[in-house]
Structures are given as structure tokens and as C-alpha cells.
Design a binder for this molecule. Structure first.
Ligand SMILES: *Cc1c(COP(=O)(O)O)cnc(C)c1O
Length: 468
């Protein structure tokens, strides 16, 4: 099929080329790869400078327009963004907070479910509605969540007529707030499943469903995990937003990103490919440090997952890393496809010195529990900010990255501290309160089913409940 507009290709080179609407509704490519634009759109320094002072919504439409050519123009994007970001509790959408002379927080948690995932998923909900209306397609969303994706996705699609959502979370491994934000949404199109095992087990099952012709065929499956390109696209915007407010594009800015599935930090990489001057992207991990080992030593080998106080980063296999690998080896689908096949069999791969050189914009750091708590205490004691455990991991990395003092360093604050009250209280002695808009969470009825960590059980559950 010829595409009249922005083309999307699979990282494994062997799937249909799609337009923006196609990639938004599809999720994983049929060859097991992930969709990326055929070319990175470019903005000149003058074009970026001209974006200074745009509101978040206007900036979002400007940045995303090159990705949606032939499907949505800038005015249509603007209107979808206005609706999506109208649900945020801060008029700046993603406000910056200054910590000291060099360090800033970019608060990404002012959306309805208190984590940065809302920034992308509120917009994705609008895209789904827009692309399904006027068709008789019924979309079945299956996703795995380490906590925050699930609530943000469910909030974005609850009650929508042409969508059924099945969300898997690892049983007893998400926080009470995270679980309740999913399980207290009682809309009939919402199905919460607690499964035995880790997040990686759940994610592997979701991937398998996409490749299972008995499921993906009878049902039109779609993804809300960050394998969905539209999510990453929406996250590119706030890198521009922050940099423009801190002297960009004339002045370079560094970012420190608490990383799990490698979606958020990959969006920063995309911003750099589009022309935004970025000094450095710090990939901050907790003790589940596969990405740190990969970027610092070239060793991308899977170990078992250790549960931590930053559960949204308790991941070993980071799906979006494949998108970076594709770029690092010259964007050749056959090469990335062969590499990923090998990795899927062996559970490990090595990044060559050449690939690591191509990734030099990215550095990495591993933060343990004590360092995380110390960062929370520093933020509270020295700057009066109460921060969540994920943010603390990135802040520790930011303050120890050795970045020149004249370069502003922005730590992405990915969750509201009240989502993780125990860890915050342990570190600071302060128990953060839920914001008023979600305060009744603990009074609401919950609904979810517990299933064993077995693929067949989950597949049958979905097939029995999805509408076609
Ligand atoms: C999802 C999440 C992360 C990790 O983001 P990725 O895009 O998966 O790397 C970090 N912090 C919080 C609070 C999250 O919800």
C-alpha cells in the first residue's frame, strides 16, 4: 500500500509500511518489530527558536505535525491536544521547578492518574476515538503494566464504545494506589487481570498474544504500552518544552530520565534527532540495571528482576531499546531483526564499540535504595520538594553525572509522591497526601481477576470476553 504522508517502517524490516493512523491502532509490527518513522523529521535552529513562548498545546501540535502528515494536520492535532491536556491540573501541563543553580524538575505528573504516562495516554485516547469513529472496528487493547501505564491507559479509554481493554499487572507487585487507580474503574469495557509472576512475564504474554493468529486475527489487537509509537511521539514534546524555557536552542540542556521500558528516554533521543540541542541524556536505572550494563559496558544480558521501591523501573527487557538498536546499526531492518532473534533465544547480546560510540549522547547510572532515599532527603531538606522514588533515582544520577555547571540539568519527575507514600515516608518522614482530585480512591469498590502466570489462561480469558 502506498502511503500519502509520513511512513512508518518496522525495526525488523519485514512488515507492512503504515501511516500514522495505522501505527496508532496496531502496536507491535507483524514481524515482531516496532514501528518507527522512515526518517526523523528535522527542525532548524531558527524553527526551534520560533517555538519559544508557545503554549504547551500549541507546541505539541507543532512538534508532532511532521509525524502525522497525511492523517492529521497541525490544526487537528491542536484540537486533540487541547482536549487531552485540558484534563491536567496545571495550566503549564508540564511545569519546571528549580531546585538549585543547576538542577530542575520537570513535573510530568499533573494528569488524572498522577504519573507521566498520562501525557501520552490522554492523547492516545483522543487518537483512538478519532480513528475509530465512522468505522465499525472494535479494538481490543491488551497491555501489561508495572503500575502506571495501566491506570493511565484505563483512564484514557474507560467507557469508550469501540474499545475493550485488558490490563495485566503482576499480582501484589504494584502499589495500593497504583492498583486501585486501575481496579476502581468499573466501566464495563475495562478488564483488570492480576497475574502470577513479574512484569516481564506479563509483558512477554502480551507480546505472544500479538503474534498468536488465534487471537490477533479474530480480534483487532492494539497496544497502549510504549511499543505504541504515538506514545513516544507525545513524549518528545516536553523535551522541547523544557529546553525552550531554559535557553534552548541556543543553550544545550541535559536530561536525567528514570528508565524502565526505555520509552521516555527514547523520546528524548528522538528530540535530539529532530534538531533539539541536548548536552546529554542520562539513562537512570535502579538495581535492575540491564540498560546501565548495556550502555556502560555493552553487556545487554537478562538477569532476574528484583522488586524495588520504584516498581515502574523493575524491568529487565526494555522493549523500546530495539528502536535505539535499529538506529545505532544504521537503520537496517534485516540487521536488527537478526540481532533480536538471537537475543530472544540467548537472553543476551553485546553492543559493539561502534554502536556504543553512536550512542554517545546517552550515558547511564545505577542507583540503589540508599542512594534513592538520600536523594529524596536532599530534595526535601535543601529544596523543600517531596519527590517520588522514580524521580529520586534520576535525581541522584543527575547530581552525580559530572555535567558542566553552566549546563542546566532537568530531572524528569515521572510520578506524584503520593503514588508511593511508603517509600517517601521511609526516606523523609513525611507521608505525602493524595491531591484532592483523587482523594476518594481508598473508598471505592475494586474489581479484578487473579490468573496464574500461564499464557493459555490469559488468552482464554481475553477471547471469552472481547467483543468482535
Ligand atoms: C513508566 C514509568 C517509568 C519508566 O518509563 P519508561 O518509559 O518505561 O522508561 C518511570 N517512572 C515512572 C513513575 C513510571 O510510571
Amino acid at each position: 500500500m502506498a502511503i500519502n504522508g509520513t511512513e512508518y517502517i518496522s525495526t525488523r524490516g519485514n512488515a507492512d509500511v503504515l501511516d500514522f493512523a495505522g501505527v496508532t491502532l496496531t502496536g507491535l509490527a507483524s514481524d515482531g518489530g516496532l514501528y518507527v518513522p522512515r526518517h526523523w523529521p528535522q527542525f532548524s535552529t531558527d524553527e526551534i527558536a520560533a517555538m519559544r513562548g508557545l503554549s504547551y498545546v500549541d507546541l505539541a501540535a507543532r512538534i508532532m505535525a511532521p509525524f502525522t502528515v497525511g492523517v492529521l494536520d497541525e490544526a487537528e492535532l491542536r484540537s486533540l491536544c487541547a482536549t487531552a491536556y485540558g484534563s491536567f491540573a496545571h495550566t503549564a501541563v508540564t511545569p519546571l521547578v528549580q531546585l538549585d543553580g543547576q538542577h530542575w524538575l520537570l513535573e510530568l505528573f499533573h494528569g488524572p492518574t498522577l504519573a507521566f504516562k498520562d501525557v501520552a495516554l490522554q492523547l492516545l485516547g483522543q487518537f483512538f476515538e478519532r480513528f475509530l469513529s465512522g468505522t465499525d472496528t472494535k479494538l481490543t487493547i491488551v497491555g501489561a503494566t508495572s503500575g502506571d501505564t495501566g491506570s493511565a491507559a484505563i483512564d484514557a479509554v474507560a467507557g469508550r464504545a469501540q474499545i475493550e481493554i485488558f490490563m495485566l499487572h503482576p499480582h501484589n507487585r504494584v502499589s495500593d494506589v497504583q492498583r486501585r487507580q486501575m481496579t476502581t474503574i468499573l466501566a464495563p469495557n475495562v478488564h483488570n487481570i492480576a497475574i502470577g509472576g513479574s512484569f516481564d512475564d506479563a509483558q512477554a504474554m502480551v507480546k505472544r498474544m500479538f503474534n498468536d493468529k488465534d487471537v490477533n486475527g479474530p480480534l483487532t489487537l492494539s497496544a497502549v504500552n510504549s511499543i505504541n509509537w504515538a506514545r513516544l511521539m507525545a513524549q518528545v514534546v516536553y523535551y522541547f518544552y523544557a529546553a525552550l524555557r531554559l535557553g534552548g536552542p541556543e543553550r544545550k540542556v541535559a536530561f536525567s530520565v528514570p528508565t524502565g521500558n526505555f520509552g521516555d528516554v527514547f523520546a528524548g533521543y528522538v528530540a535530539a534527532q529532530m534538531g533539539l540541542p541536548i548536552e546529554r541524556l542520562i539513562v537512570a536505572t535502579n538495581i535492575n540495571d540491564i540498560l546501565h550494563r548495556a550502555l556502560s559496558k555493552g553487556d545487554y544480558s537478562v538477569l532476574s528482576v528484583t522488586p524495588t521501591a520504584s516498581p515502574s523501573m523493575d524491568i529487565q527487557v526494555s522493549s523500546n531499546f530495539e528502536r535505539l538498536l535499529f538506529d545505532l546499526e544504521g537503520r537496517v531492518g534485516a540487521t536488527t531483526g537478526a540481532r533480536m532473534k538471537w537475543f530472544e533465544q540467548m537472553g543476551k547480546m553485546v553492543l559493539s564499540p561502534e554502536m556504543r560510540k553512536n550512542a554517545s549522547l546517552l550515558t547511564s547510572a545505577r542507583t540503589d535504595a540508599d542512594q534513592m532515599s538520600a536523594a529524596m532527603r536532599w530534595a526535601y531538606g535543601a529544596t523543600d520538594q517531596i519527590i517520588d522514588p522514580h524521580t529520586a533515582i534520576a535525581l541522584h544520577a543527575a547530581r552525580n553525572a559530572g555535567i558542566r555547571p553552566d549546563v542546566p540539568v532537568v530531572t524528569l519527575a515521572t510520578a506524584h509522591p503520593a503514588k508511593f507514600p511508603d517509600a517517601v515516608e521511609n526516606a523523609t518522614g513525611i507521608r505525602p497526601a493524595l491531591p484532592a482530585r483523587v482523594a476518594q480512591l481508598f473508598d471505592r469498590e475494586e474489581r479484578f481477576d487473579v490468573l496464574p502466570g500461564a499464557y493459555d489462561a490469559v488468552r482464554d480469558y481475553v477471547l471469552a470476553r472481547a467483543t468482535r
